[in-house]
Design a protein around this ligand. Structure first.
Ligand code: SAM
Length: 419
């Protein structure tokens, strides 16, 4: 029997700013009514009623936070069966090794210091900390936690909240470092999370968050990273404001390559740490790019629409000539691109994933496009591979060619092209 989640549970419209509470939210983009990106019916299941939620982006006219206008219940977005595993992405593994080395140097972490990771998934972030001798603890509600447990990482299999923060503090003591990678924009009640994180931190403790970066999103037209899991789209300016309201201060920042452009932000209790020059430099860059005053978003809608039309036109020419197209990669972002541009199984036959992926034998959300084992690409040799993980297009194309794919590559964004 298929699991059915037709009840929108605790989902709700967001009509006041998630940071400052203002009702002055300016609409920037509406990507349609789309399904949650990780809710994927099994192949062969009859098409049934599906959940779809509005996906609109707003910018707060008071505090500048960019955010979506609808909160989907976390139990719908992050069920036990959540299929995502961090460890399958090389860039993430390398990034977390870099984080462990950098934070050891910046914070002077010693062996035995407690490091707590929120949204720890399969333990990929905590692994290099554990190797460095730190005492590690992961918090993760989905089945990915079982993978981490098998690696010998201590896990709390639950959703992070204030009550859990109390429990962790009582049981494990204060943390020298709390990390939250690609989850700090995902949990509702941002001030509740920051206050709970603060509660777990030692007096000289540090909170490091890594989030997809608004400047990268706008610069390279990554509208496909907009989906319900991402409630907020952070600029450094917004993060500073959020932390300040909770007595924390950002003291160091670094742009990192994960997910096509993210930002690693170090925060500590106000006055604890010297502020690194990277903070001022990054704020200056946001001002130059029109992020601080919001002008960067003025042309965003038009650029997104033009790129959708250009992709349609390119695919239309290929289909006119009888070309066969397979998608490659089914990351969460592929669901936004496919649903917003209206791709279906008449345009792309299927989407390929590596054989360890939990997404194989399921349909891309909202469609009848099957996700299948990548070996089919090499057996069938379609004319084109549409790279849905286009933010690593060069690397991906090299690997596919090396493994024997002889067709052409389509890169859908920022400007649709055939490589
Ligand atoms: N941190 C990993 C990384 O950077 O690759 C995983 C990121 S994944 C996009 C988000 C993770 O956060 C998922 O594993 C999800 O189950 C988990 N998550 C979602 N809500 C959470 C919450 N309230 N508390 C703890 N983890 C949560």
């Amino acid at each position: 029997m298929q699991e059915r989640h037709l009840d929108p549970l605790g989902s709700r419209i967001i009509d006041t700013c998630q940071n400052c509470g203002s009702g002055r939210l300016r609409s920037a983009l509406f990507l349609g009514y789309v399904p949650p990106v990780n809710t994927m019916p099994e192949i062969g299941a009859p098409a049934d009623v599906e959940m779809r939620f509005p996906l609109a982006v707003f910018r707060c006219q008071e505090c500048t936070l960019v955010q979506i206008g609808y909160e989907v219940d976390p139990q719908i977005l992050f069920p036990h069966s959540y299929p995502y595993l961090s460890g399958s992405t090389r860039i993430l593994r390398e990034n977390f090794a870099d984080l462990a080395a950098e934070s050891k140097e910046v914070l002077g972490l010693s062996s035995g210091d407690l490091v707590v990771d929120i949204g720890a998934n399969d333990g990929t972030l905590l692994t290099p900390f554990k190797q460095n001798g730190q005492n590690v603890l992961g918090i993760e509600p989905s089945q990915a936690a079982d993978v981490a447990t098998q690696l010998g990482i201590a896990m709390v299999k639950d959703y992070f909240n204030q009550a859990l923060a109390d429990e962790v503090r009582q049981k494990h003591g204060p943390a020298r470092l709390v990390t939250a990678a690609n989850v700090f924009a995902h949990i509702p009640d941002v001030h509740g999370i920051v206050s709970a994180v603060k509660h777990m931190m030692a007096d000289d403790g540090v909170f490091v968050s890594e989030s997809h970066y608004l400047l990268s999103l706008v610069e390279t037209l990554q509208y496909d990273t907009i989906y319900h899991e991402h409630l907020r789209y952070y600029a450094l300016g917004s993060l500073i404001d959020i932390f300040e309201r909770n007595g924390l201060e950002v003291f160091r920042v670094k742009r990192i390559p994960t997910h096509g452009g993210s930002i690693r932000v170090y925060a500590a209790t106000k006055g604890q740490r010297e502020i690194d020059a990277s903070v001022r430099e990054c704020l200056e860059e946001e001002t130059r790019a029109g992020i601080a005053d919001g002008t960067a978003l003025d042309s965003f809608l038009l650029r997104v629409v033009q790129s959708k039309l250009a992709l349609m036109s390119l695919l239309s020419d290929i289909k006119q000539d009888g070309g066969r197209i397979y998608g490659v990669g089914a990351p969460s972002r592929a669901s936004t691109l496919i649903n917003y541009t209206g791709l279906d199984d008449g345009i792309i036959d299927c989407v390929m994933e590596i054989n360890t992926s939990h997404k194989i034998n399921k349909y891309v959300p909202g469609t009848r496009i099957p996700v299948l084992d990548e070996k089919k690409l090499f057996e069938d040799q379609p004319d084109y591979a549409l790279l849905l993980s286009w933010h690593i297009a060069d690397e991906l194309a090299e690997i596919l060619k090396r493994n024997g794919f002889r067709g052409k590559f389509i890169v859908p964004l920022p400007s649709p092209t055939v490589l």
